[in-house]
Design a protein around this ligand. Sequence first.
Ligand SMILES: O=C(O)CCC(=O)C(=O)O
Ligand SMILES: [Fe+2]
Length: 343
Amino acid sequence: MISIKQLLAQTSGGLTSNIIPTAYNFTPNNIHLPVSDEVFEDSIPTIDFSLLTSGTPEQRSKIVNDLGKACQDWGFFVVINHGVPESLMKVMIETCGEFFKLTEEEKQEYAGKHILDPIFYGTSINGAATQVLFWRDFIKFFVHPKFHCPSKPIGFREISMEYSKRTWEVARELMKGISMSLGLEEGYVEKAMNLESGLQLMAANLYPPCSQPEVAIGLPPHSDHGLLTLLIHNGICGLQVQHKEKWVDVYSNSNAFVVNIGNHMEILSNGKYKSAFHRALVNGTDTRISIPVLYGPALETVVSPAPELLVDNETSNPPAYAGMTYREYLEMLQARINAKIHN
Ligand SMILES: O=C(O)CCC(=O)C(=O)O
Ligand SMILES: [Fe+2]
């Protein structure tokens, strides 16, 4: 499939009009959209990470409570004061930008086919059941349990390694807070999901400017697999989260992480915490880059609702999800993508 960068290179020089190919026409009819397109003036909660790790016991218990509420009400929150140097976040975004500037031939070396390919360069696809093409190119690579990374551009490996380690420290503390907010011991999620051999998937999305931003979509509504995603971006807006049947713009400062709950955390919490639908819009003038890092269980771990959450003293809370390994889940997503490509 041709990348957006290639498509734009071919159509530059005034040979064609500003009309984008119809395959990129995304209208609400192309996909079941249960929400109105009206944008909701509300903002996602902010979590002060420093209070979680070094606050007083009272501050800590308040922030755990806030974290639980954010996971329950939104499935999305912004994390500030997390200790990852802003300079590292900035250089990570710049280096991912450099990756997309490589020649198509250089990038094709990493062209992927399967969701579990260690490095996957591609365009368009995600698991959503739509035939429409998306206005984005992406690179994804697994950085844990084994570290993979494209060897170009220079420094990508070293920077990605440092970034993956530093974000893991943040994700780990957040998972402790989330465990406690569910009334479980702080190491619960880490242990139950075998995170010492858990999957960590780093990705970068490139959304070039689009001459018809109102008919195209960067990424259609979807939820993320895994437990938790930490995202940064280059300061250009585009991410929206579904909240109370409306789309809400996600704003965050350049030194903050946008964090969202993934499908496997929803399953583990037996539906208490929501893996919210989100989407990425494109715009007519600016290139947007986003870098999500996704934390998931170990591949062979069976993920099912935590038994501790199913019974409390008076009421019983039946499991709302069947257990399956993370690998089986990803293979199921892959089968869905294959069906979409071949239909
Ligand atoms: O670009 C964004 O802001 C969202 C990216 C995203 O949701 C994803 O890659 O799963
Ligand atoms: Fe996502």
